[in-house]
Design a protein around this ligand. Structure first.
Ligand code: ADE
Length: 545
């Protein structure tokens, strides 16, 4: 044991001693950094031409005075006088105002530097006598070396840019050719209502935003409408060139300013449901975000006859026209409200919430399409409490149902929203009837509740609709026509004060279907029908006789 302790002590002492020795040697090695041997002739004439390589031809080799010194050579040409200096120099200090950057080199590579009035090359290096053999790299050579190494990069960049350019041109041409082959047809607007991945959006709430940075080639024409949130323009949608020149489709473009983003987004989201497609709902083509102009666009079918209010202002209509306009309006609203498509598949019911004659367009065949879904609401299960809470009083005061004017809509039953649409639809049916020659003498167009003010406020509508329980007048003289009689009965049921007592839009649509031949209606018993408010029972009895 004693022996073991003794040997451990000596072993430790030896190890400790050797570590100390090693450290000491290392520090003295740094202190004893060897001084370089350099050519040291100061300024001498030389035969070096300043190109290629040459010897300094200095006969003095000297041990540099300081261990930090490196070998330096300087070649100068002033007029015809060519000289070389060979010296030792500490690179931590500038030499002729220049920092020596190459002093770690083993060879002396002469680089041309700017020097007033003379041609000037300098090199530095850190091996014995390395400043004897000089290698010249003229400035122009440095530049050409850089250029030569950059040229392949430049060529590559040009190649990449040109191929990208041609790729874009090729794609644009192909897209143009495709458009030429399949001109945009409103009967097939669905063709461009595809998601980006090309999947059919028919059963989903697809996002129809044209995400392409490439916007549709559209040229705006005249303004045809102006609403609360947007302006509508007639526009040309270019369809590519044909033999006979450039071909285009006329479309309507609804333009929302930046601040009306919410309205654009709501309308776009409503339109993006492919199940909304119906002959009595405005055909939607696409939505575009015009970032540059800070505008949002909705592109839809264009209907040159304009909106129903304008049409009724300018035209007196026949019974057949009334039947077409009224029936199609009811079918459009019924489709919107329905929870199934024509094929019986589930669809999300939608409420419009701003049905009025200026939000209905007249098609060439005198049927209606519903438009302006800026206040529309999808009655799906995901409807948030916020959305429901905010859905109290929206729309146009003139067309607001009594429960909307009072803000007493039953938010727990989604049918309540549909009932408010039916009330507004009743007012539009009244407007249509008021301009039909089957009622007898037709007066100038007047909106429901007359021209009290262009835009009556909620308070004045409350007075008429709630306090006085007033409705637009249905004079006795109107109901001489059997068809008009059914229409007026229907209108009366649709604007009932009690929302629950109102007909559904589907029921109104069916009534119009049944009215195709009004002469056959004359024998029909009115006992099933409600009596219009200001038509007395005796008067109806007289009519029935
Ligand atoms: N006014 C508003 N929308 C319109 C459309 N799509 N066509 C014609 N006139 C309009």
């Amino acid at each position: 044991m004693e022996l073991l302790r003794f040997s451990a002590f000596w072993w430790g002492t030896i190890m400790f001693g050797s570590i100390l020795l090693e450290q000491k040697m290392a520090s003295s090695m740094t202190m004893l950094k060897l001084k370089l041997l350099c050519k040291f002739c100061d300024v001498e004439s030389t035969s070096c031409t300043g190109t290629g390589n040459c010897m300094a031809d200095c006969s003095i080799t000297s041990i540099c005075p300081h261990p930090e010194d490196v070998c330096v050579s300087i070649w100068r040409k002033k007029d015809d006088n060519v000289t070389i200096d060979t010296i030792c120099h500490n690179p931590a200090h500038k030499l002729h105002g220049l920092v020596l950057e190459d002093y770690n080199n083993s060879k002396c590579e002469m680089r041309e530097r700017n020097n007033m009035g003379s041609q000037f090359f300098i090199c530095s290096c850190s091996e014995d006598e390395c400043n004897d053999h000089l290698f010249f790299t003229p400035y122009s050579q440095v530049v050409s070396v850089i250029l030569v190494s950059l040229v392949p990069l430049l060529v590559l960049a040009v190649l990449v840019i040109t191929s990208f350019y041609w790729y874009r041109i090729y794609h644009q041409r192909r897209a143009g050719a495709k458009r030429k082959k399949t001109p945009l047809d409103f009967s097939d607007a669905h063709a461009i209502m595809m998601d980006d991945d090309g999947s059919d959006s028919s059963s989903t709430h697809a996002n129809n935003l044209n995400h392409n940075t490439e916007l549709l080639p559209i040229e705006l024409d005249a303004q045809v409408g102006k609403g609360r949130f947007a302006e509508v323009y007639k526009a040309k949608l270019k369809q590519g060139a044909t033999g006979a020149g450039e071909h285009f489709e006329t479309v309507a473009v609804k333009i929302f300013a930046d601040e009306e983003y919410a309205s654009w987004k709501n309308e776009k989201d409503i339109f993006s449901d492919a199940d909304l497609r119906h002959e009595n709902v405005l055909h939607f083509l696409t939505a575009e975000d015009h970032k540059v102009e800070k505008q949002y666009w909705l592109i839809t079918a264009y209907h040159p006859r304009g909106n129903l209010q304008e049409y009724l202002t300018r035209h007196v209509i026949s019974w057949d026209d009334l039947w077409l306009l009224g029936g199609s309006l009811a079918r459009g609203v019924a489709h919107l409200h329905s929870d199934h498509t024509l094929c019986g598949r589930y669809k999300v019911p939608i409420v419009h919430r701003d049905i009025k004659s200026s939000n209905i367009l007249v098609k060439g065949d005198l049927t209606c399409v519903l438009c302006d879904f800026g206040l529309g609401l999808r009655l799906d299960n995901s409807l948030s409490v916020d959305e429901l809470a905010n859905s109290g009083q929206v729309g146009t005061a003139r067309y607001m149902a009594p429960e909307v004017l009072e803000s007493r809509i039953n938010l727990e039953n989604i049918e309540s929203f549909k009932q408010t649409d039916v009330y507004s639809m009743a007012l539009v049916l009244w407007e249509i009837t008021s301009r039909c020659n089957a009622i007898g003498e037709v007066k100038d167009y007047e909106p429901p509740f007359g021209k009290v003010r262009e835009h009556p406020c909620v308070e004045s509508m409350k007075d008429s609709v709630l306090r006085d329980r007033g409705r637009p007048e249905i004079p006795n003289s109107w109901i001489n026509h059997p068809g008009i009689q059914v229409v007026c009965g229907t209108i009366d049921e649709c604007w009932d004060h009690d929302p629950e007592a109102r007909l559904t839009a589907q029921c109104v649509a069916e009534r119009f279907n049944d009215m195709e031949h009004p002469d056959k209606l004359s024998g029909r018993s009115n006992s099933e029908e409600k009596i219009p408010q200001d038509v007395s029972v005796t008067e109806i009895e007289e009519i029935e006789k």
